[in-house]
Design a protein around this ligand. Structure first.
Ligand SMILES: Nc1ncnc2c1ncn2[C@@H]1O[C@H](COP(=O)(O)OP(=O)(O)OP(=O)(O)O)[C@@H](O)[C@H]1O
Ligand SMILES: [Mg+2]
Length: 321
């Protein structure tokens, strides 16, 4: 018998007046995987997650969490499920530990040992007795994860857990999620940042204005990503741009904020750099632009409807299972 899916959402739709915030989203999360719902602002990520938590009702479609639906099981649908929507909120004048103890009391209680355990997991044990008002943003996000872990969930749903974190905070959040997943927890998280999810998620659904533009494995997406882009700075960008004519395999454009953006194979980029230097053009910088997956993400989510590459547009739902 196949294991019941942690999340089985079929054709889930939510409308606000004329706006379809979530348009027939179908998404399955297997137990034990880390799944990403990815999309720019307004894509419908939070609306979708709100429906999972039963905070708002879908206008159409069905949602099952471990085989249970809100219609049949009510709030018990959330047994084994926890997480947060947007930013977790705490009393700033209470310590992290007291906030957790208060939340635990509302949810069946937790032993002091369990409080210590979850604070330990999110690396806040040393600051547990300090007021939350003095916590950094990243510490509050991690306290949110600790609060979610109190009920020892099987599925953790996190809405943009790394939003607003600095690179170190993002790294800490990524490694926390990886540790939790390694312990067998299923994680469904949303994000607007491809670089945040590409390292930790097995599968992703990419949304744009309520609809799915890609659904599948990160590895399959990576295979379809364009070449790595480069940004070049020289002492004479105009002349460097003219030299690009000798390299038809490359696309070289002047970046509005300075320098040149060079797209093409690594081999062609190397040859172009050599041309510049042998032409007496001095190189002042060579850096990578966004990763190929980020470029693909922008292509998928920024192009006008209908402008998405065919092979990626509305990939059949369930293609990976
Ligand atoms: N209660 C509401 N009433 C009216 N429109 C809403 C409501 N909630 C969300 N929307 C609209 O639904 C769309 C999706 O919003 P949602 O918050 O789900 O996007 P998101 O992907 O979470 O974006 P962000 O990255 O900014 O958090 C937006 O156009 C938003 O304005
Ligand atoms: Mg949101």
């Amino acid at each position: 018998m196949t294991e019941v899916l942690a999340v089985d959402a079929v054709d889930v739709t939510k409308r606000y007046g004329d706006l379809t915030a979530v348009d027939a989203i179908t998404l399955q999360v297997a137990q034990g995987e880390v799944y990403g719902v990815l999309g720019p602002n307004g894509a419908g990520k939070t609306t979708f997650l709100r429906m999972l938590f039963g905070l708002i009702r879908p206008d159409a479609g069905t949602i099952k969490l471990f085989g249970q639906t809100w219609e049949h099981t009510g709030p018990r649908t959330l047994d084994g499920v926890s997480g947060f929507i947007e930013s977790p909120k705490f009393y700033p004048y209470l310590s992290g530990r007291k906030n957790l103890a208060g939340l635990a009391r509302l949810d069946g209680g937790a032993t002091p040992r369990r409080l210590d355990e979850v604070l330990e997991i999110v690396d806040l044990i040393d600051r547990a007795d300090h007021k939350v008002g003095g916590y950094s943003f990243g510490m509050r996000q991690r306290l949110g994860v600790a609060a979610s872990l109190l009920r020892d969930p099987q599925l953790l749903v996190l809405d943009e857990p790394a939003n607003g974190l600095d690179p170190a905070g993002m790294r800490d959040m990524r490694s926390l999620i990886k540790r939790l997943a390694a312990g067998g927890l299923t994680v469904l998280l949303s994000s607007h940042d491809m670089s945040e999810v590409e390292e930790i998620c097995d599968n992703v659904t990419i949304m744009r204005t309520g609809s799915v533009v890609y659904h599948g494995e990160i590895s399959a997406l990576r295979d379809q990503a364009p070449e790595q882009g480069h940004r070049i700075h020289t002492d004479d960008d105009q002349r460097a741009r003219e030299r690009a004519a000798r390299h038809p395999g490359l696309q070289v454009t002047l970046a509005p904020d300075g320098g040149l953006v060079v797209e093409g194979s690594q081999h062609d980029v190397d040859a172009y750099v050599t041309t510049l230097v042998t032409s007496g053009i001095a190189m002042r910088g060579l850096e990578l632009t966004e990763t190929p997956l980020e470029t693909l993400f922008f292509m998928l989510t920024e192009s006008a409807p209908g402008g998405v590459p065919n092979e990626l547009d509305r990939r059949p739902i369930g293609a990976v299972r």
